[in-house]
Ligand binder design. Structure first.
Ligand code: SAH
Length: 204
């Protein structure tokens, strides 16, 4: 998997090393363990997926998370992205709207030895103000536009990465908090499940 990522312009050695240390097989459903290191998303139930490893790597690389950073992970799902962010040295809070998936993420993170990742149930499109400010916010679900609450919860110089667009495809947007206001860069095309919430899409 790491060799595949190198071939896809993932050049940040810290990200590659962090991903090499996280046992992804503990974050996929047992029938699909044989596919754990393929570069593809996999179903985790409730209509949701564990993100493709290349997207996890791109989001970690874009936010540059390092030792001691305060990090908010929106859309816990399996807990895999949160584990990679913790491996990068982040103090990670992860929030998920589906209670059963919060349980799954908590169980997976414990099984893999990530005791210091804090899990929360709630609408992550509004962030998690009680633990703000964050040096990095990583959103694993597609929003119609970068949620303002997430920008407001960034520390000065903090980075937000979020897929922006409709349900059929998005561009990964990097937003940096600066004294002049949000500095935005649209990067790679991607396809994520919708962010469902007050600053996302309505539930169907
Ligand atoms: N980071 C996850 C990817 C999960 S897919 C992993 O590594 O496995 C995206 C997740 O976002 C889904 O579990 C979905 O339920 C969740 N989600 C969607 N809208 C949300 C919201 N408003 N707040 C929190 N989680 C949300």
């Amino acid at each position: 998997m790491i060799a595949d990522l190198r071939g896809r312009d993932i050049t940040d050695e810290r990200v590659l090393e962090a991903m090499a240390r996280v046992p992804r097989e503990l974050f996929v459903l047992p029938p699909e363990r044989n596919l754990a290191y393929a570069d593809r998303p996999l179903s985790i139930g409730y209509g949701q997926t564990i993100s493709q490893p290349a997207m996890v790597a791109i989001m970690c690389q874009a936010t540059g998370v390092r030792e001691g950073d305060r990090v908010l992970d929106v859309g816990s799902g399996s807990g895999y992205q949160a584990a990679v962010l913790a491996e990068l040295g982040g103090d990670v809070h992860t929030i998920e709207r589906i209670p059963e998936l919060v349980e799954l993420a908590r169980k997976n993170l414990r099984a893999a030895g990530y005791e210091r990742v804090f899990t929360h149930v709630g609408d992550g499109s509004l962030g998690l103000p009680e633990h703000a400010p964050y040096d990095a916010v990583v959103v694993a679900a597609a929003a119609p536009s970068a949620p303002p609450a997430l920008y407001e919860q960034l520390a000065p110089g903090g980075r937000l990465v979020v897929p922006v667009g409709g349900p059929d495809g998005q561009l990964l947007e990097l937003v940096v908090r600066s004294p002049e206001g949000p500095a935005r860069v649209s990067t790679v095309p991607c396809r994520f499940v919708p962010l469902v919430g007050a600053e996302g899409f309505p539930a169907v």
